[in-house]
Design a binder for this molecule. Structure first.
Ligand code: HEC
Ligand code: HEC
Length: 211
């Protein structure tokens, strides 16, 4: 019943609201691929597997998270960008909202070639923080938001599994220093504030090895 009514409405409106249709069009990964191949490829790879740890992997990242970051890198009017990064500000400056949605859909659909954990000695600490957090220090388990296997959770929580440990470490330090401040309700700044350098390194390395 409901379905029939919805179809009828779809039919009726499809003749008249061409412009509105386009505005609400679904993200098109094929168009996003063209953006990736022409602009992003040098740093993130055409398939979102980047060659160096300064540039995060984007393959298999949560689509809405990628889109949000792109929006956050963009300075709107006179307001500074919510996520301050000179390189990415330049990259998104010329992108339309549709481009950002499309390229997010493209990279989200790609297969990550994951990094590995490298530091045997810190695995136990990383695993404990990931799975249990640290009750005494008031650190919640990363798994609670980023998932037991680090796959992330749509729409808000990014994938961390298989990411470069160096990138994860740099972001945790940026949250701790409040240099990165685009996390909703200070979720990551409050957690990072309680993490020591040693804990950050351990959990970042552990996340790189998650599958
Ligand atoms: C010249 C190199 C370069 C190019 C080209 C580039 N990026 Fe980036 N990108 C970076 C760097 C460096 C970072 C990490 C910024 C930071 O440290 O906060 C980044 C971060 C990102 C992030 C955040 C990822 C996360 O896990 O939070 C997204 C999303 C992103 N880039 C998408 C793109 C897209 C889409 C394009 C093409 C339109 C693009 N980038 C082009 C260098 C680049
Ligand atoms: C209460 C939920 C929550 C918990 C618990 C949590 N996170 Fe996050 N985390 C988030 C959210 C939300 C974001 C996305 C922020 C944004 O929108 O830019 C994020 C982003 C991140 C990022 C940035 C990823 C990127 O690609 O740039 C890293 C790194 C990170 N978290 C690490 C951790 C680690 C390590 C732990 C455990 C010590 C942890 N998080 C626990 C909610 C959480």
């Amino acid at each position: 019943m409901i379905r029939t009514a919805a179809m009828a409405i779809l039919f009726a409106t499809s003749f008249v609201t061409h412009a509105a249709d386009q505005a609400s069009a679904k993200a098109d990964p094929a168009k996003g691929k063209l953006v990736a191949e022409s602009i992003c490829v040098a740093c993130h790879g055409a398939d979102g597997n980047s060659m160096t740890s300064a540039n995060p992997h984007l393959a298999g990242q949560i689509e809405q998270y990628i889109y949000k970051q792109l929006v956050n890198f963009k300075a709107v009017d006179d307001k500074p960008a919510a996520r301050d990064n000179a390189i990415m500000a330049g990259m998104v400056a010329a992108l339309t909202d549709e481009d950002m949605k499309n390229v997010a859909a493209w990279y989200a659909s790609q297969k990550l070639k994951p990094e590995a954990a490298k530091n045997e000695a810190s695995i136990a600490l990383g695993k404990k923080l990931w799975r249990q957090g640290d009750f005494k220090k008031g650190i919640p388990a990363c798994a609670g938001c980023h998932g037991p296997a680090g796959a992330g959770l749509p729409a808000q929580y990014p994938r961390l599994a298989g990411q470069f440990a160096e990138y994860t470490e740099a972001q945790l330090k940026a949250f701790r220093a409040e240099e990165r401040a685009n996390d909703p309700e200070k979720m990551m700044r409050m957690i990072a504030a309680k993490l020591s350098d040693v804990e950050i390194k351990a959990v970042a390395d552990y996340a790189a090895g998650l599958r």
